[in-house]
Design a protein around this ligand. Structure first.
Ligand SMILES: [Ca+2]
Length: 81
């Protein structure tokens, strides 16, 4: 069994870059594992249209399960913000 999460798009992301471009990607965290979308270069309205799949290893979902979603700006040099 697996959990599939569709990540479609982002809109009007804040431009946090003083130099360079906003290159957003989404990271999802679920049950201790992480999945990332691809990076969309230079866009504050990114379209990811990706499905990220988590393997549930036959454990049923419970009401306390949650998915954490974070949007990062990809940096070619240095840390992602
Ligand atoms: Ca960037």
């Amino acid at each position: 069994m697996s959990l599939v999460i569709a990540v479609e798009s982002g809109k009007s992301l804040p431009n946090i870059e003083k130099f360079g471009t906003i290159d957003p990607f989404v990271q999802l965290k679920f049950a201790g594992s992480k999945k990332k979308t691809k990076v969309v270069d230079d866009s504050t309205d990114p379209q990811w249209n990706e499905s990220l799949e988590f393997n549930l290893s036959d454990k049923p979902l419970t009401a306390s399960d949650s998915v954490e979603l974070e949007v990062y700006d990809h940096e070619k040099i240095g840390r992602n913000k």
